[in-house]
Every structure is written in structure tokens, then in C-alpha cells.
Design a binder for this molecule. Sequence first.
Ligand code: FE
Length: 309
Amino acid sequence: MAVMISHTSNAQKFLEDASGLTNSAGNPRVKTLIHRILCDSVKIIEDLSVTPEEFWRAVNYLNVLGVRQEAGLLVAGLGVEHYLDLLMDAEDKLAGKSGGTPRTIEGPLYVAGAPLSDFEARLDDGTDLGVVLFMQGQVRNTSGEPLAGAVVDVWHANTLGTYSYFDTTQWEFNLRRRIVTDANGRYRFRSIVPSGYGCPPDGPTQQLLDQLGRHGQRPAHVHFFISAPDHRHLTTQINLDGDRYLHDDFAYATRDELIAKIIFTDDPERAAAYGITGRFAEIDFDFTLQLSDQPKEQQRHERVRALEG
Ligand code: FE
């Protein structure tokens, strides 16, 4: 029979003290959060009879997670980041906010301040010999009006499944651009077809997923922030149709409305019209934003991001 002491007044007083609830300095919100975390932690330790060995293994795990900069990957892999999306969806429903392209997770690999251009851009620097991708579409609002001057902030992995900046062998903004839509709300870009990717196989996220009997793979995808004045900021991704992990994403980011059809073509005449030779791929994808008069909703959530700030 496990020994339970967390309900005793001594233990409760001690946890309140450790959380700073018994002093008047510090930050009340942080105290409330830490108090709850401490109370729930000792409950877990008691209820599941966590051994000292397990406890210290978990402490060490957090250290390794930090050293490897994988905390953002772990919260995606455990589905917590997707859970936040589900929660925001439910809040929207309750508030009567509906329509538009669904949100999905940002992931940990955005870099702020990518080069900005009007209407079109080339994302790749020509060093990755992947299949050339032409993507285009329109940004509209839920009333169907095209949004001129919207910013399509796009980032994706290369054919090895790595991201510039974090993969220091690439130029820091390779496969990253911000494109301002034209008078008809349209954007277009040339890039390369990205690959899916997995968690670093020797890292702590994959190590934990192994213990859960889960893989750490993502389908090929392209990330977007879409924003326009007087509209709600959208954080989303498109997932490329046909990928074997499309409906088995370790980060749970795929949503039906975000599956993008990708058409591969070998037609030399059409390639020539694009000014290229060989096989290429095309994606057409439109984004729809909800109206908003609230400045906070018009911006992405605050979090620590590379080069932001
Ligand atoms: Fe990604």
C-alpha cells in the first residue's frame, strides 16, 4: 500500500510555501501555476509510486532535453501543441468564430525576418536538386473578398528534411520567405518539394517515443503564417497528399482541409513555359482568414522564436 501524505495539512502548507503563496513578493500567476504543478506532481509520485530512480531519470531527461533544444519537439510529439489547437478551436466555436482555413501547429522551427517580396518569390537557392515546386493561390476572407497586401510567411524543409538556420549548412533564410499578396490577393512562389522528416534518432524526444511504441515521423509539409490588416492571424501548414505519414503524423498536425494536392508533371513544354527543364510539381492552395477588429488576434501568439524580437 503506497504511503500518501499530500493531503495532510503539513504537506499542503509546505507546498504553498514552496510555491511562494505564503509571501507577498513575486508573480501571483506564476505562483498559482507552480503550486498546481507541485500539487499534481506529488500526487503523481504518490499515486503511481514513482521510485527515486524514476524520479531522477526524469530530472536528467529534462536536462538532456534542454541541452538538445528539443522541448519544442517533445510538446509537438506528445500532442500537447495540437491539443492547444483543439482548445482554441473549441473556444472559437463557443464565441461563434467560424470559417476560414483551419489552424494547425507552428512547430519549433520558424525563423523571423525572412526576405520580403511582392507577389512572388523564389525560396530555394538552387543548391538542393529536389523536384522544382511551383505553388500559388489567393488569400481571401470568409466573405470571399480577396485580401491585397496580406503577408504569406512561408517556411519548409529541404529534401533531407532539415530547416535552414537550424541546419547551419544552409543559408539562414533558405526555403523561407514573406510574400505580400497583389491587388487580387494572389501570391506565388518557386521552391523545391520538401521531404518529410523525423525526430533526431539519437535525441531525447525519439528516446521517449520509443518507450511509447511510437514513431517520430512527419509527412512532407509547408508551414505558413498568413496575416492581413483587420483579419485574424493564421498559423497553419499544408500537408502534401500521398505522403505515407499523411494520416500518421507524430505531431498530429494534419487536418483534412489542409491536405494539398500536389501534381507532378513531366511535360517538357509546360516546363519550358516555367523556364525550367525536367520534372516539376504544382500546388494550388488558397487561404481564408476570419475578420477581426482585435489587434491581439491579428498577430501571432508571443513565444520565443529564432531571430524574433
Ligand atoms: Fe515542419
